[in-house]
Each structure stands twice: as C-alpha cells, then as structure tokens.
Write a protein that binds this ligand. Structure first.
Ligand code: SER
Length: 584
C-alpha cells in the first residue's frame, strides 16, 4: 500500500468515527519561537489540549508534517529520518482509553489488514505520579492481544511529553513484529535490535508537568495519537527501509545510476536531506546562520557533500529535485507549484558552499595529516573554527568528516571562539557606523526612515523571507538589498510603493527605545544585524507599522518624507535583489 493510500484510509476511518479532518499546520510553528520546527501532531493543538475550545469540535484527525533534528547525524542508517509525516487523531476531553484502543486496533487489523499475531503493545507500569495502566492493558486483552504480548514499562518508555514542561501522560505503544529472530532471551519491544518496530503511540494526556517537575491534572482527559507514515508504508510494503518505498526509491535509483562510488549511507543522506530541505523551503524556511535557517543550511550542505562523495556532478541537483518532487507530488501538490523557488534556494546555497568546499576539505586533510604526524588523535578547536569561519563548514560537519577519518575533534571551546569572533565583527561594524554618521544630513536621515518602511513593505508583499541583505544611502537615493529568489514583478513593486506612501501619508510617529537584545527580540523587532550590536540596542518603532533594531537616526514623523518612488529593481547576487528608490 502506498503512503498516500495509508494516509487517506486513516483520515477516512477517523472521519467515519466522527472526527473532523483538520489541515496539517506549517512545519515552521506560527507564533512559537520556542521550537524550531513542528515535531509532533499535537504541537499545534496544545492550547486545545489545555482546555481551549477547538472550532472543529472535540474529535480531530490530520496528517502533520514534522521535522525532528535530534537524530540528524544518524540519518544514513536504515531507519532514521529528519522529516516525517505523522498521522494523528485526538480526543479533546471526549473519548478516552477504551474507545481509542478499540479504534486503533480496528484500523490496524481491519483497514490495514495487519494480522493480530504481528502486534505487541506496551503500557505504563505505574509510579508515584500515576497508577499502573491496567485499564489500557484490559482493553488490549479484550481486543485479542494475548498477555505475553502486553508489556509494562516505566516513564522512560511509556510516558509522553514534548520537552520538559506541558501536557503529558502515560501512553500505550503498538509494535509490529518484523519476524526477525529475538536478539536475546529478554528481547522485547523496548529493544532496539529491529525485531519490533513501533508503529503507533496513543498518549492519554490527563496531566500537566510543571516547570518544578511536579504534575497537575489537566481540566480534561485527552487522547493524542501519532502514527509514523513512512514506517507504516515500509512495513506494509514488506521493505526493510523507508528508502525503498515510493517516497524515496526513484531518487535512490537515480543516485545509484549517477554515482561513481557506491556508498549507500550517502545515497540515503542525499535522498533524506533533499526531501527535508524541500519541505522546509516549501513552508518558508531559508538558509541562514541561526536557528531554523542553520538547520536548513546544515541539511543542504551535508547533502551537497555526500553528492560529492558519491562522485556525482553537482549540476545534477536540479534533476534530483525534479525526481523527488515527482515522487512526492501526490502527497504534497504544493511542491510542484513551488518547485522553482525550491530549486533556486537549494542551488544558491549549494553554490555558496561548493566555492569553498574543496578548499575546506583540503584544509581538513592537512589538519588530519599534521595530527597523525604528531601522533595526536584530536584536531584542535582553532582548526574547527577556521573551517567554519573561512570555509562555511558547520561544526557538526567537521565532526562527521573527522569520524570518517577515525579522528576526534576538540569542540569544547568552539562557542567561546564564536563569541569572540562576533565581538570583533561587532566592533568593526561600530567603527563603520561611526564613519557613516559623519555623512548624515537631513536627506540621508529621511532615506534611513524610508528604508525601514520599504523593508517592512517588502515583507508584507513578498513574504518574511524578504529580509535585508544590505543597505546604502546617499543624499540622492536609497539602495536596498534583500533576499528573494526571483525578480520582483512590476505589480509587486507598485504594491510596495503604495504601502510605503500610505505610511508616509498616515503621518506615523517615529520613536526610539533602548533595551537589551533579548528584550528587542521578544518585542518582535526585526533584528537583522544582531551580531553587529552590543548588548544594549536601540529599537526604532514607526507607528504600528514597523519595529527594527537600528542605530538611527531617523525623522520624527513619516509625514516629513514626501513621496516615495522606486526607480529600479535588479539582481544583486544569487537570490538577492536590489531596489533603488528616491524621495520626491
Ligand atoms: N505525541 C505523541 C508522539 O509524538 C503521539 O502523537 O509520539
């Protein structure tokens, strides 16, 4: 059964059982800077698990795009993925253990036709915080799971919480027996040998873990379940790895055709990271040096390096993207629509990286040789940092390279060096800024404020990815560089111009506050040049329209600016556009 069929069967089954199908939330959590990506189906539903009313009712089902990065370095083996799809059903204070288990059992055995002999389950064994989950075990017995296939474990295995604090509870997990021999007498579903594969997790969320480690009861008893789609497809298709399912197989076969070196782990890394990168870009992520952007950068750079390792020409990347989109288009039609943007972003990042990749690898080899010659087993941190600073090698990639060479790296002081480096560039930029101030006059100050209005207007019209890449102001004009994969259309430019002029006409007051960088970020200020500032920053607010970390100075009121006119839009570098504009 293809993954899309499993997804459709799942949603229909729960719909039939009075659940409302809700759309997948974005991979990039909205209004939640505390997590980088959506990691579980329940994440966008937290307010409702806590008691808020969901507009669609108390029984919900969906497929959720998820990304987990904890195991990123394990990708390449036969099972780990960063991106995956989670099918889920929820009861928000509606049904509880009995009905949840009945439905799961029926779906697995009647809809997916999994023989009951293939199933084992685990339940919570109880502790000071919550009782032994006999209730779930009893339901499994009634369903037909024999006692010797019902296991009890503690919190490590049978308690689910996202992070350290929040809604949580005991869970019952369902395992599929692959038929492999037991690895030992005591082999059971908690064993990692591959005999048992976890297929579904039903969490009975009736607790809230507080920040002090204690548990309170939630207002309502919820059910939160999650079924990993790729895994289920793999098992139902009788495959040994998700890479052999239709989700990856075409890309894997193409890589095999193209490769000069036969390295299965590299083929998997390329196929997996390619899909994950495409999904992140699809939901608005762009490569950068921080947070989500850094994860995306790591994924694309690691993939690029492994394409190289396979001996495949990097110019084949667009073809691989085409094949991957083709394999996924039934599941995510939006990928076809955005294929060009996805290609542009991946190829631009790849280009950035290959310029330095070979030199960086040579530099790395040199360091390895020196270490070997000196009988050292560790590459010093300054080499690791230099690879990062000069060659754009993420620290983790150097660690991976080192592992391949059976050598260790010292990364203990990496963060310290990183901070020192930031401080140096901050000072250099302050000096530049001081230089800039000398040229300040009435007109340049006006252009400065107009630049903030333009920046915000671009984000409104083009999207949040349209962030500042550079700015240059003279008494005659402003020049502004920003990320955007394609040319900005004349209609979009007109819209931007209109928005800026509207703000000028509204006569918005421009105010300035000093605060810490942290406070600035929390206030929602755009902080694009964070590294360049010290701990205390100035935040300029223009009415209700824009908030940006900036050294200033600015006009007092936007009505001073006159009329804003865009004169030119052109490419500045790959993925970066440039606008020149004047005030009349
Ligand atoms: N939240 C649980 C999990 O992620 C069930 O969906 O496993």
């Amino acid at each position: 059964m293809k993954a899309i069929e499993i997804r459709n069967k799942y949603l229909r089954f729960f719909e039939k059982n009075n659940h409302k199908i809700i759309p997948s939330a974005s991979l990039i959590p909205e209004n939640d800077p505390s997590v980088l990506f959506t990691t579980a189906g329940m994440q966008p539903l937290v307010p409702y698990l806590l008691g808020e009313k969901h507009p669609e009712g108390t029984r919900l089902t969906d497929y959720q795009k998820c990304l987990r990065t904890v195991d990123i370095d394990e990708v390449g083996d036969n099972r780990h993925l960063t991106y995956f799809e989670m099918l889920g059903n929820w009861s928000l204070g509606d049904y509880f253990k009995e009905e949840s288990i009945k439905m799961s059992f029926e779906f697995l055995t009647k809809e997916l036709n999994i023989p009951v002999e293939k199933l084992s389950v685990t339940c919570f064994k109880g502790d000071d915080d919550a009782v032994r989950d006999e209730e779930s075990a009893e339901q499994w017995r009634k369903a037909g799971i024999p006692d010797d296939k019902i296991y009890f474990f503690g919190k490590d295995d049978n308690w689910w919480i996202a992070g350290e604090e929040g809604p949580c509870g005991p869970d019952t997990e369902i395992f599929y027996d692959t038929g492999k021999e037991k690895c030992s007498e005591s082999c059971n579903p908690s064993c990692d040998c591959g005999k048992y594969v976890e297929i579904w997790n039903n969490v009975f969320m009736e607790y809230f873990k507080n920040s002090d480690g204690t548990y309170s009861k939630l207002k309502q008893k919820n059910v939160d379940t999650g079924l990993g789609l790729e895994r289920m497809a793999m098992l139902l298709q009788g495959k040994k790895t998700p890479f052999e399912t239709e989700l990856f197989s075409k890309v894997m076969e193409e890589l095999e055709k193209m490769q000069k070196n036969d390295i299965i782990s590299s083929r998997r890394i390329v196929a997996e990271h390619l899909r994950a990168s495409m999904m992140i870009i699809q939901d608005g992520g762009r490569p950068s040096n921080t947070d989500r952007g850094y994860i995306l950068r790591r994924l694309i750079r690691r993939m690029t390096r492994h394409i190289n390792k396979l001996g495949i020409d990097l110019n084949e990347l667009p073809k691989l993207i085409d094949i991957s989109v083709e394999s996924l288009k039934e599941m995510y039609p939006e990928l076809t629509e955005n294929k060009e943007i996805i290609k542009n972003v991946i190829i631009e990042e790849k280009n950035k990286f290959i310029r330095t990749l070979q030199n960086g690898e040579k530099e790395f080899e040199k360091a390895v040789n020196i270490a070997i010659k000196n009988n050292q087993k560790v590459i010093p941190v300054d080499v690791v940092f230099n690879l990062y600073e000069t060659y754009g090698f993420p620290q983790e990639m150097t660690e991976e390279l080192a592992k391949e060479h059976n050598i260790e790296v010292d990364v203990k002081d990496f963060d310290k060096l990183f901070k020192e480096h930031q401080e140096k560039s901050r000072m250099a930029n302050e000096n530049k800024f001081k230089g800039g101030l000398a040229e300040q006059n009435e007109m340049t100050i006006k252009y400065h404020t107009a630049t903030h209005l333009l920046h915000k207007a671009l984000q409104i019209v083009l999207g949040e990815h349209a962030t500042q890449k550079g700015s240059n102001i003279t008494s005659e004009r402003l020049r502004f560089d920003f990320s955007n994969p394609q040319k900005v259309t004349p209609e979009e430019l007109k819209k931007v111009e209109e928005i800026v002029n509207e703000q000028i006409q509204r006569g918005l007051e421009v105010t300035c506050e000093e605060m810490t960088l942290e406070e600035a970020k929390n206030s929602g200020a755009m902080g694009l040049f964070e590294n360049k500032y010290g701990n205390s920053v100035k935040v300029y607010t223009i009415g209700d329209f824009s908030k940006e970390i900036c050294g200033g100075p600015h006009v007092k009121n936007t009505s001073e600016l006159g009329t804003f006119k865009i004169k030119k839009e052109e490419a500045s570098s790959a993925g970066v556009r440039r606008i020149k504009a004047v005030l009349l």
